[in-house]
Design a protein. Structure first.
Length: 473
């Protein structure tokens, strides 16, 4: 596929002139607010964790809502590899003038223990201007935006110029039954589309109540785990030898800790720092401008590299995340191993990074191998082209709702289902729709929450965006 449109075109698409600022439409009506809240509550209160939950239950609940809104049985499917890992696929038929758009969002959530929370994580609690509950920010808010939008469009008898497809899926957070991968391999005919939009990616940044930017994710790093393992004969702890698996592994990990992968920008990150510099301002903004030079300003790069958020966007990162070693307190360790988690810049392969790790560890006794499983499979993940039609629609909606807020292309350091879909040939774009506080993102954490006002803005945003993308001209 083509990688990116020219930056001249891109720059135009990202500018929102003051003269174009439209008056925002009236806010959501009470009935739509209630519908979206009811859907959100229902989803949060269905346990969809990998250990004991079921995405099938959530998928069936949403399927019933869609059928009750007028979707025919032939346009709503719940299907998956087993009884607990169901996926929902629904379709609104258009005129066929354009190819379909697919909207994906995962139903599963990470584990949450009641004793770790100040409230029941599987109850939606509205308190002090926030919605609390597991999945409120990752990503049952996105599920609610999409289901609400599809119900509204069906009730309005909206006739788009293309088919609109909704897929709510299993096992993005973990597990063996990733729904996007399973649907692509087993039912691609149900989800085949020109491109994909995913609320579980991108950055709509909010700081102290101020909307900073609308970040559209067009690229993300490649996720890859590596297993580092040392084995030797072991022995009795009263007779230490020079062959100690723990020490050998620790020495290699210390070398890895001191290693820094090379600085690199691509089309997305170069444009990101160019736009972000003016938003952030001050020394950090000046540093962002300085790294765009050739060669980049060394001092500026050093300062930005000391900030984890920015460092992760200018280089591949590899970090030790788990350790295991030995078998008894009174025995020399015959084995020591570590998991090293790498987030790899687009354009680089897992093989390349594995070779770098071997070189940095500098010890032939440390065996490096790639972890298995979808998340760590090293799928190629090329950036998606910033389509003029999508950027134009995003500009229109952003201008209507939040005049003056800049649109910025972003590369996510984390992983999403977009990595799976891009690898399968689908251009994929992350648009969360919900403004998240930059200093209060509790996804995967204790007392996960989102702002109530931001949630309803997301409901409004997705309705407007879908119509902007599919209204016949």
């Amino acid at each position: 596929m083509n990688r990116f449109i020219g930056l001249t075109c891109l720059s135009f698409a990202l500018v929102i002139p003051a003269t174009l600022r439209a008056q925002a439409d009236p806010k959501l009506d009470d009935a739509t607010k209630q519908l979206s809240r009811d859907i959100f509550k229902q989803l949060v209160e269905i346990n969809t964790t990998d250990s004991v939950g079921s995405t099938t239950v959530a998928a069936e609940a949403m399927a019933k809502r869609l059928r009750d809104a007028g979707f025919t049985a032939s346009d709503v499917h719940v299907l998956g590899p087993n009884e607990r890992k169901g996926n929902l696929v629904a379709r609104i038929h258009g005129s066929g003038a354009k190819k379909p758009i697919l909207f994906i969002c995962h139903l599963d959530v990470v584990e949450a223990r009641r004793e770790d929370w100040s409230m029941d994580p599987f109850q939606l609690v509205e308190k002090d201007g926030y919605f609390y509950g597991r999945g409120t920010g990752d990503i049952k808010d996105g599920d609610a935006f999409l289901v609400t939008t599809f119900i509204r469009l069906k009730r309005e008898n909206f006739k788009p110029d293309r088919d609109l497809i909704l897929a709510l899926t299993a096992d993005e957070e973990g597990g063996a039954s990733n729904g996007v991968d399973w649907l692509i391999k087993n039912h691609r005919e149900l989800i085949d589309a020109e491109y994909i939009i995913n609320p579980d990616a991108g950055d709509f940044e909010l700081e102290h109540g101020k909307r900073l930017l609308v970040g559209i994710q067009a690229s993300e790093k490649l996720y890859q785990d590596f297993d580092l393992k040392v084995t030797n004969p072991g022995g009795h702890s009263s007779l230490p030898t020079s062959e100690n698996a723990i020490y050998q592994l620790a020495d290699g990990l210390a070398r890895l800790e001191r290693y820094q992968f090379p600085f690199e920008l691509n089309e997305v990150t170069r444009e990101y720092f160019s736009r972000e510099a003016g938003i952030v301002g001050g020394q950090t903004g000046a540093d962002m401008k300085a790294i765009l030079s050739t060669p980049p300003g060394a001092a500026a790069l050093g300062r930005l590299s000391a900030i984890p958020y920015y460092n992760s966007r200018v280089r591949t990162t590899c970090v030790a995340t788990r350790l295991d070693g030995g078998h008894a307190n009174n025995a020399l360790p015959g084995m020591a191993r570590a998991n090293v988690n790498c987030r790899i810049l687009p354009g680089h392969s897992s093989d390349e990074i594995q070779a770098t790790l071997v070189k940095v560890l500098d010890d032939s006794r440390i065996v490096v191998s790639r972890a298995t499983g979808l998340a760590g499979s090293g799928l190629p993940n090329p950036p998606s082209p910033l389509r003029p039609d999508l950027m134009s629609a995003l500009e229109k909606v952003t201008n209507e709702m939040w005049p003056g807020v800049p649109i910025v292309p972003v590369m996510d350091a984390g992983a999403s289902d977009g990595a799976v879909s891009r690898a399968a040939g689908f251009p994929t774009y992350g648009l969360p729709g919900l403004f998240m506080d930059v200093d209060d993102d509790r996804s995967h954490g204790r007392d996960e929450r989102v702002r109530v006002a931001s949630f309803y803005d997301g409901v409004d945003f997705y309705y407007r965006l879908v119509k902007a993308l599919s209204t016949p001209q």
